[in-house]
Write a protein that binds this ligand. Sequence first.
Ligand code: MG
Length: 398
Amino acid sequence: MKLPLALPFLLLVASAPAAVSTGTPFSGDPPDATHPWAIHDRNRPQPPRVEPGTSSTATQPGRPPSDAIVLFDGTAASLAKWEADTKPGDPPAPTKWIVRDGALECVPRSGQIRTKEQFGDCQLHVEWAAPVNVQGNSQGRGNSGIFLMGLAEVQVLDNYNNPTYADGFAGSIYGINPPLANALRPPGEFQAFDITFRRPVYQDGKLVDPGYITVYCNGVLIQDHTPLEGPGGNMRRSSHRPFPERGPLKLQDHGNPVRFRNIWYRPLPPRSIEGGTDGALTPAATLAKRRSIAAGIRSAAAQLPRDSVAELLRLAESLVYEKDAATAQRVDLLANAYVQTLRTQPAAELERQRGEIESTRRAFVYLERHGFVAKDHPALAGLNRIVSAQGWDQQKKK
Ligand code: MG
């Protein structure tokens, strides 16, 4: 059989994959109907780099991580990111809350405030301090609140030595779920709330994810992925309802001069149920992602020397994600041509190319085992014959 591809194979050395991550192709369990990536897939993107911040103490605010969107940094200038929580339709108005000693302080009865910025799912960091001058009790002592998307309240309250109803305790999802513990510092000292918020997701009018809130108070877990039951609220049992796509963060004026500092958030990527590509996906989303991974690998293959073993292996790798007919045909062509070329080589030359020959063979063993190429692929049969004739299958693995 004569093929037009004979010479280039002689010029090749096994090429290092130009991958974005490490990992060996043709090794881990392949993608399936609900997972677009193989196990230990080198094509899976690396996590983005984030420079970590520093922790806060009761006296010193920490530094936010590098990708945080800062909503209040202790300066009067960052007050411009907030406004009065005016009624819908009313013109915007500046907040009457004040900045004092690096903290944003509620001016009682001036009304609640909101960020001008609107956002949804997030990691949110908020530090707050109840007035050092302790007044009132139960819900009357150091009361404020953090309203995610302006709807669900994570309660802010001075419960250091102040009982109240459990589902209205500091760190409760107000009217829904009490905190797991009381990890508060005394009034006057800053408390750190680290919150993970996921809004409810509806599809075709049906609730498919209730939304969740996780809260750490001063590093202690107090809400453990608590499902929402609607936004919660005062006196009335709330029930599920759609949230908008985005909303402002609101801080409550409950008549106490509670102070806030070091407020920042990091937007979170979509969950798989709403189009994210991590975790188990729907079959349709998996198929779409597998197609796009395959297309990326085919583009990478197009940058490699034409008719090379490197191109063959890269194109073969793309078949794991999508069995594109033209690519499958080219993989067959290149593989068969490769084997034909090898058959003309003397044993010593084959010995020199052993690494490349064996990795190509391993690739085809994998592809055949997982059904990405036809059973009894002629290239695999040919490679097996070479391995056997060279006695490599009798030797210890290198
Ligand atoms: Mg409140």
